[in-house]
Write a protein that binds this ligand. Structure first.
Ligand code: DAH
Length: 343
């Protein structure tokens, strides 16, 4: 654009320089230089207003075109992957400088969770994350705890005023994984899933009880699945986890979503040996059982054709045993002295 008014010509180059420097480009519209041009327009005699005003409008249009250009350039930038561990726009050399991370460390629960999922991966189980907010249907109804069922009291957790629930166990995912994978069964494949995540309980806190902790759930369904398969799977996992061949046993228990239901125990591994009594010999580790026919039906699976087993196990307890940690509350405390021991 070409201007004839010397004041506008001067202002145009001043504004261009100012625009160049601004980080928030839109601020140019509030520039003092621009403001004073409008001030000068108001002060001009009427017969000069038209020519001056026309050039001032042209200058405004030019500024708007600068702004539009910046906006177009921004639109063309590649999207940023906020989950990437480094800026996707950094060069390969810069990335190498950023990695490996020298500060901070992986939380001990996450290291353990990865180890657990890895063992199950090698046993043919797919890992699916649970969720940290759910509803009554997934937390209770679909797991065969109808409204008013007394066992609901064992899963006292936190609820929002509109009825959403902070899950008290990872079993809340059973209906989802079964419904989504019933097509596997129809295709002649088993459903084999391990589901780790955080769970929440309204607990009185002490060295072994936390309101927030981790579990991993297991679900396996196919034709002709029996308690024998359940015991063999868990025994294999525990032997791999503790690095030695271990005996296992089950004892009767009650859960609404399994029939029969059990508590699963293993022989104490050498690293955790205690006294000599019968009770000292065994470690009770988790709840498990054969998936209740009503749970299979709620997911659209015919319990006269398919059967399966499930379990739920706390992760903190395993990590505490393995590392002689005396208080479960250390995990969520954020205490660096504690966390640094695992880096
Ligand atoms: N959800 C139970 C709990 O947190 C644990 C459990 C027991 C999970 C038996 C299961 C199961 O899948 O079959 O106490």
């Amino acid at each position: 654009m070409s201007y004839t008014n010397p004041e506008i010509i001067k202002a145009q180059s001043a504004l261009a320089a100012e625009f160049e420097k601004l980080t928030e480009k839109k601020q140019i519209l509030r520039s003092k230089t621009l403001e004073s041009l409008y001030g000068a327009l108001r002060a001009l005699p009427n017969d000069q207003k038209a020519t001056y005003g026309k050039e001032l409008n042209e200058l405004k249009t030019e500024i708007m075109s600068w702004l539009n250009k910046v906006e177009d350039n921004q639109k063309q930038l590649p999207p940023i992957d906020v989950t990437a561990p480094f800026d996707v726009n950094t060069s390969k050399d810069e990335k190498q400088m950023l990695l490996p991370v020298t500060q901070g460390s992986i939380h001990p629960l996450m290291t353990e969770l990865q180890y657990i999922v890895d063992i199950f991966g090698r046993m043919g189980f797919e890992a699916v994350e649970s969720r940290q907010i759910d509803d009554d249907y997934h937390m209770f109804e679909s797991l065969n705890f109808p409204e008013g069922h007394p066992a609901r009291d064992d899963y006292d957790t936190f609820m929002t005023t509109d009825g959403l629930i902070a899950p008290a166990h990872t079993s809340t995912m059973q209906n989802r994984v079964l419904s989504e994978r019933k097509k596997n069964l129809e295709a002649g494949e088993a459903i084999a899933v391990v589901i780790p995540d955080r769970v929440f309980r309204n607990e009185d806190l002490d060295v072994t009880h936390e309101h927030t902790f981790y579990q991993f759930e297991g679900v396996y369904v196919d034709k002709n699945i029996t308690v024998g398969n359940l015991i063999a799977t868990l025994k294999t996992f525990m032997s791999e986890y503790f690095g030695q061949d271990l005996k296992a046993k089950i004892q009767p228990f009650y859960f609404p979503f399994t029939e029969p239901s059990f508590e699963f125990a293993i022989e104490r591994p050498d690293s955790l040996k205690k006294g000599d009594t019968e009770a000292d010999q065994w470690l009770e580790l988790l709840g498990c059982g054969m998936i209740h026919p009503n749970v299979l039906k709620a997911a659209g699976i015919d319990p006269t054709i398919y059967t399966g087993f499930a379990w739920g196990c706390g992760i903190e307890r395993l990590v505490m045993m393995k590392n002689s940690i005396e208080d479960i509350r250390h995990f969520e405390s954020g205490k660096l002295d504690f966390l640094r021991q695992f880096s």
